[in-house]
Design a protein around this ligand. Structure first.
Ligand SMILES: Cc1cc2nc3c(=O)[nH]c(=O)nc-3n(C[C@H](O)[C@H](O)[C@H](O)COP(=O)(O)O)c2cc1C
Length: 186
């Protein structure tokens, strides 16, 4: 059984990102894997203050008293973490960025608690041309992060969404999602 954590950075409950997130979760659960989805827009996550309190004795906690100290355990128990987000202004959403910045609190002596984990991403954008959408900036950013974590990148599923639920009828992106499911559980 693989333990998968999906970080959903989209605020839209009927949007393309959440549709793909739910599809992936259903496919993984159908094969008896454990899936936890964090809908980041539902949480009041404060921005990292850069105080480095978390570097003193590495408590795996943040000094700020918001939801994050309760969310960290979900990240620590996951074998695979999925970053899912719409592209907003040529990168992933602020909801996801706020969460990622707070991962600084999970450093340990000489490394980070995520060392050795597997990662993947799901990105949706409005532009019909991925080159113009900014998705490659988001992909690059996630690649840097996974390299820093000394993790394994299982890849990115991305495609055009828009205001309507366009991805639902996009067979290419659904096929890519199926491939990602197989990679996660292989
Ligand atoms: C604030 C904002 C910024 C956006 N910026 C971009 C962008 O830079 N590139 C792009 O291709 N689409 C952009 N879009 C369009 C969204 O990425 C697109 O509608 C996406 O499908 C939304 O995902 P969702 O259906 O999960 O909400 C933007 C939308 C919003 C609301």
């Amino acid at each position: 059984m693989v333990r998968v954590l999906i970080l959903n950075g989209s605020p839209r409950k009927k949007g393309n990102t959440l549709f793909l997130v739910n599809e992936l979760a259903d496919q993984l659960k159908a094969k008896d894997n454990y899936v936890k989805i964090l809908h980041l827009n539902d949480y009041d996550i404060k921005p990292c203050q850069g105080c480095f309190w978390c570097y003193k004795d590495f408590p795996l906690q943040c000094i700020q008293e918001d939801v994050m100290n309760g969310l960290y355990p979900h990240t620590l128990e996951a074998d695979v973490i999925i970053f899912a987000s719409p592209i907003y202004w040529f990168n992933y959403s602020a909801q996801l960025k706020l969460f990622i910045d707070r991962l600084v609190a999970l450093h340990v002596e000489g490394g980070h608690s995520f060392n050795g984990k597997k990662f993947a991403s799901i990105f949706v954008y409005g532009d019909t041309n991925p080159q113009g959408s900014g998705v490659f900036t988001a992909i690059k950013s996630v690649e840097h992060m996974i390299h820093y974590f000394r993790g394994e990148n299982l890849g990115t599923v991305h495609g055009t969404g828009g205001d309507d639920l366009t991805v639902k009828n996009n067979q290419k992106i659904l096929d890519e999602l199926g491939k990602l499911t197989r990679k996660i559980i292989s």
